[in-house]
Design a protein around this ligand. Structure first.
Ligand code: LLP
Length: 419
């Protein structure tokens, strides 16, 4: 199990490269990823038969390519993510399935793509079985089951229970098998993902639910997936899940099922955050410092257009500044450039603005938002007509551009003034 790192508030380099060099070479704001950290996190999970990266966490094709080269396969939740997987060199077929389409719906593009490439599908709604069966009889599928409970770091990332739109309700397995039979569709996998940023206590409960569902489906099942959800620490007080304990729970479940079914089962894990969160840093520049009443504001050139987690969930991201050690600490509010009061990185769920103890800064200093690799760039937007940031991957001490910064021309591409 990895040891919890501390989060110093002064940082001069990322993966051995000076932050100032990254900023002058690539500009700000820029997402910078440390390839070695992703590789380390992949190694942590090697006991599982299959690590299927939930690419929604960070889907740049260079990151997908890195995962592929380390034996990781991918999950795709849209036609766009399937397209990315192919671009990164994943094949349509293989053992394990290199790409699995996992969703609660097929939009028309996704259904067409899945059928064209005969991709394995993880169905999160009963209707998907009929829609797929009608155009691709005999297709092999996984059922994503909502076990009736869930847990996440926020109510918005809890994907189980009756308030969640995700998965097939656990009492509807029989009905789904009947639907599948109608089209000769074969259920070869069972998958459960109860939420993102959860804990061992909740994750452990999934094993029992999995056992029950697999026995209900029967001998056609060859793969079980424990989903994602593994947390990473964003604060010194937070920890990782005890991975050996987690693996043992799932391995024991798998073994009990193997005995009952009489054949081998493949055990998959589907992490997003765990693989990429800690590899990512959003490098920004302090552009204004001002006092409003009792609050000092550091205003950055990055806002929730770049990193939406604080405004969406009140998420905490460690922050550091590339400044001399001699700078004194003070309590400040950190915000972005957008025309919206909620554009604050130091906020709690519900929008409560809070302060952070950071080194005193000057305009022009570089501020780094850390543990930003998961659900960072991928949730960025063009709000306020801000171009999307650049992305850089550091491998063996070499920073390489993996996505160029959008230009203002990109912003209006496709827009037309009618004649
Ligand atoms: N599998 C399925 C079916 C999922 O829906 C997800 C995440 C994962 C795996 C990966 O979960 P992870 O290992 O990353 O926890 N935007 C939110 C997180 C949304 C998660 C969506 N589904 C955030 O920034 O925290």
């Amino acid at each position: 199990m990895p040891t919890v790192s501390s989060f110093p508030v002064i940082r001069h380099e990322i993966a051995g490269v000076p932050v100032s060099e990254l900023a002058s070479k690539f500009g700000t704001p820029t997402y910078v990823y440390d390839a070695a950290k992703i590789e380390e996190r992949i190694r942590d999970l090697q006991q599982f038969d299959v690590v299927r990266y939930a690419q929604k966490a960070c889907s740049n094709i260079a990151i997908l390519d890195l995962c592929r080269r380390h034996g990781v396969v991918v999950d795709a939740v849209s036609a766009g993510e399937v397209h990315r997987a192919f671009k990164a060199g994943f094949a349509a077929h293989g053992t394990p399935h290199p790409v699995v389409y996992t969703s609660d719906i097929f939009d028309r593009d996704a259904l067409e793509l899945v059928v064209k490439h005969q991709l394995h599908v993880n169905c999160g709604s009963p209707d998907m079985i009929d829609q797929l069966g009608a155009v691709s009889p005999g297709h092999q599928i996984t059922l994503r089951i909502n076990p009736g409970f869930g847990h996440g770091h926020s109510q918005k990332t809890n994907t189980g229970g009756s308030s969640s739109k995700h998965g097939i309700w656990h009492e509807q397995v029989g009905e789904c098998l009947a639907r599948a039979k109608r089209y000769g569709v074969e259920v070869t996998g069972i998958h459960m993902h109860i939420g993102s940023g959860t804990d061992l206590e909740h994750l452990a409960q999934v094993c029992g639910a999995m056992e029950k569902t697999v026995l209900e489906v029967g001998r056609s099942v060859t793969t079980i997936s424990a989903g994602g959800g593994l947390p990473v620490p964003y604060k010194e007080s937070q920890t990782y899940v005890d991975l050996p304990v987690y693996y043992q729970l799932w391995d024991a479940t798998r073994q009990r099922l193997q005995e009952k079914l009489g054949h081998k089962l493949t055990l998959e894990l589907e992490p997003g955050r765990y693989l990429v969160a800690e590899s990512g840093f959003l490098v920004t520049e302090v552009r204004a410092i001002k006092q409003s009443g009792e609050n000092t504001f550091y205003l950055l050139d990055a806002g929730f257009n770049n990193l939406a987690r604080p405004i969406l969930y009140g998420s905490y991201h460690p922050m550091s500044l590339d400044v001399p050690e001699s700078r004194s600490l003070s309590e400040v509010v950190v915000g972005g450039p957008l025309c919206e009061s909620g554009d604050i990185f130091t906020q709690e769920e519900g929008g409560l603005v809070c302060r952070r103890k950071l080194p005193s800064a000057k305009v022009g200093d570089l501020l780094i938002l850390e543990v930003a690799g998961a659900y960072g760039f991928v949730m960025a937007s063009n709000y306020n007509s801000k171009p999307l940031a650049a992305e850089v991957l550091i491998q063996d001490g070499q920073p390489k551009l993996i996505r160029s910064r959008q230009t203002v021309d990109d912003l209006t591409r496709g827009e037309v003034i009618p004649a």
